[in-house]
Design a protein around this ligand. Structure first.
Ligand SMILES: [Zn+2]
Ligand SMILES: [Zn+2]
Length: 62
């Protein structure tokens, strides 16, 4: 569950829980409001309103 991934792969994994978003419905990929780097969140974390953190600029969002 905690195996390391290349930084380039972050677009396909939930920013909050690390799951592969392709396997979870209602998942989204969007740009960081602060620095425009790509952030992905799975449907489960969206429904729970889990916070996400931009790994590039440290932006914390709902
Ligand atoms: Zn998640
Ligand atoms: Zn950012």
């Amino acid at each position: 569950m905690t195996d390391k991934k290349p930084a380039e792969a972050t677009g396909n994994f939930c920013n909050s829980c690390g799951r592969n978003i392709a396997a979870i419905k209602n998942s989204v990929t969007f740009k960081c409001p602060n620095c425009s780097s790509m952030i992905s969140r799975c449907g489960k974390c969206r429904s729970r309103s889990v916070q996400y953190t931009c790994k590039v600029c440290g932006f914390l969002g709902p």
